[in-house]
Write a protein that binds this ligand. Sequence first.
Ligand SMILES: *Cc1c(COP(=O)(O)O)cnc(C)c1O
Length: 399
Amino acid sequence: MAPPKERHRMKTLAVHAGEDPDPVTGAAVPNLVMSTSFVVDEPVAFSALDMGEDPPFFYTRWDNPTLRQLATKLAALEGAEAAEVYASGMAATSAILFGVLGAGDHVVMSDTMYAGTAELGRHTLSRFDIESSFVDTSNLDQLADATRSQTRLVWIETPANPILRLTDIAGAAEIAHQAGAELVVDSTFATPVATRPLELGADYVLHSLTKYIGGHGDALGGAVLGSKEALSHLNVEATIHFGGSLSPFNAWLIMRGMATLPLRMEAHQSNALEVARYLETSPSVKAVTYPGLESHPQHDLAHRQMENFGGMLTFQVPDGESMAERMRKELEVFHFAVSLGHHRSLIYWMSTSAMMATSFKLTGEQLASYRALAGDGVFRTSVGLEDPADLIEDLERVL
Ligand SMILES: *Cc1c(COP(=O)(O)O)cnc(C)c1O
């Protein structure tokens, strides 16, 4: 049977890419290959440094049929030449940071992003003599000013966790390349259904597969996508030597989840828009941030850069602490829990300490202005696939 063609559309690729029938058994659904090692016809070298072009399966930390199927599906959806999968989004993040950067290099990162990435940038990189600058990457002038001759990577997250701030990917790519650096886009919130950063000039795309791509809250995973050449460096060092290998079982679950990604994203978007419009009318809500609302300060960019506005929104109430308490006790449909992108709706209070973890160390005046931007009493909401009327009733009861 012929594999799916590049010209096939997103929904077709999501179902078929990477999933050829098993050549031995004819199984139509991918077999789960849990084996850690593979019987080889001839001795294969142990060094990751002298692997041939297309080596046979040998040891699962190198490669595995189930992991390769997932990587093929991801690459098809993202329009990428190559993909590498990892044990988590953070393993994928470390793969890029430590696979690309070395002592004396400089990285420009967004001043607001996923807490794990922010903390890695803030605390860990300096131990390896890698310098980092943190800027509001939605402001391209600030981004350009922060680059220097030692800059090797520019790291953006769009939409950014948790404040849903957007960065112009094409603009950021131009700035990075002018500085002789490469652009990394953490596209976890967007998914390839909304945005394909490689088409806009990015060099690496990163996903936490734990979120929308897996979509069911039952498997951690991460991925990096880009050109064959860029990923061949990561493959040897990050995949084989750092060892953050994805379990084939998780890969199998994530692949099953991906088949419905385009459909789920449509449902997430339409539910989130209904919930956001309800929240805008609620007298207890001070502000709602959702890229699909006309009131989002970057709604124009959202229209240009996103084909789907996703299921993530935030809203702000006057007293976060007591609202969080009430939600924990009274919500029936939403789970009061972290993470996002699952079929189930999740809501979480971004307390000041949670907000601080997502951003560069701020003090005094900066902290005050950051709070003014992000706000106190902010709830990050991952709108799931339930009936939106039930979600709205659930929120109405506590607000
Ligand atoms: C969750 C998340 C990560 C980290 O992914 P894990 O799979 O939890 O390691 C990275 N970036 C963003 C934007 C995320 O939401």
